[in-house]
Design a protein around this ligand. Sequence first.
Ligand code: ZN
Length: 475
Amino acid sequence: MADLPNKRDAFIDWYLAVVEAANLSDKRYGVKGMNVWPPYGLKARRNLDRVLVREIEATGSEAVEFPALIAANEFAKEKEHIAGFDAQVYWVTRGGLSELDVPLVLRPTSETAMYPVFALWVRSHKDLPLNVYQIVNTFRYETKTTRPFVRVREIHFFEEHTCQVDEPAATERVRSNLGAFGRMAVAFCLPYLSLRRPEWDKFAGAYYSIAFDIPVGGSRTLQIGSVHHYRENFSGPYGIEYEAADGSRRHVHQTTFGLSERLLGAIVAVHGDQKGAVFPSQIAPYEVVVVPIPTAGAEDAVERASREVSERLKAVGRRVFLDGSDERPGAKYYRWELSGVPLRLEIGRREAEAATATAADRLGRKERIALVELEAAVGRLLAAFDQELTRRAEERFREAIVPAAALGELVGSETARWIGWCGVESCGHEVEKAIDGALLGTPEADTVAPTEAPKACIACGRTDGVRWAVAARPL
Ligand code: ZN
């Protein structure tokens, strides 16, 4: 097989080649932007979902499922929201041969599906908080060039929607979501920025929005998730109100937390290298691949040892693939490296006779392990692999965002930039013009800005009330 395009010089080509060669997504479906999940890619997505479910349920959220179709009149109730989504909506206007009396929207997100029902569920303060999430497909008529996982028209989407008694409780839910995302990102070995979006770039209908961004080469960044505080912006129009302890009627304050298959794109983009994909152990379709190396006279011993290793690891819950195909060992190594499997166990005559295996991780580190301690050794090697994957990603992350002191430095910048910003919108737009991108926002407590304070606003030179912000070119 041909070499992959160079990741540094031709990032998009490299990304598309890895997604295809590792069999993560098939874009040859007959509807643009709607891709097929083949078995290997679907395994990765399910592992990713498992992490999302584990961490959100640990915060007391419960799974629900709402219909994919939304009545047009419900969809139109919150005006800013509808203005933000109108151009991206797929409409269903016919049922069989009849025009529908009320046209239907294929959900681009589920506020307008859920909130009329929340108004029925929430009656009293005893019904609060209401914290629910769903993992469903959403549909957006995306007009830019579509890319697997990153920009698609049918999106595998995680969305939490909550109702809280008041504004402080909603702020607390936002903080809880930021903590949950932090724990998810540990599983993805993924350093990220947590940034409060400027007013002009918040989610349609939100009081404020916090988004998670990652650098993906040059001055490019990718938004991989977001948390929004809605205040009463939706509970007013949708009539979600409750009777407080003192008998008064009040609107709930709402929050949402959204993530998508983009996370898989981010994992490919950040960890992948010139040999292909690299999966963190919790996301990898297979954590371990066992490769028998048969030599004349030792075929049976090698096969027996390989099968034993595979079965013992499966018995302790490891995701293992025993590659007993007829390919040469070198071809197998190549394929499983391309597919991003964290750990390969090679078993040949020497290993079979000594009851050992040669362990090679996807970052190129090798050691012999004794089969008496197989399960423990694999656990230790996978943990060490995740740790090193994280360390390397953090090192690149630090180099990917460099402080800038003058607008001129943003022009044609080869990295994302930390800049001093006074908070005034016109200064923000000057920054955006200079970098030909966006002012992504100011860091939340879980994001480490440069240690020294910014000296002045990069646009107007003001020195009071200046904060660090990130400027970049969103992918
Ligand atoms: Zn300014």
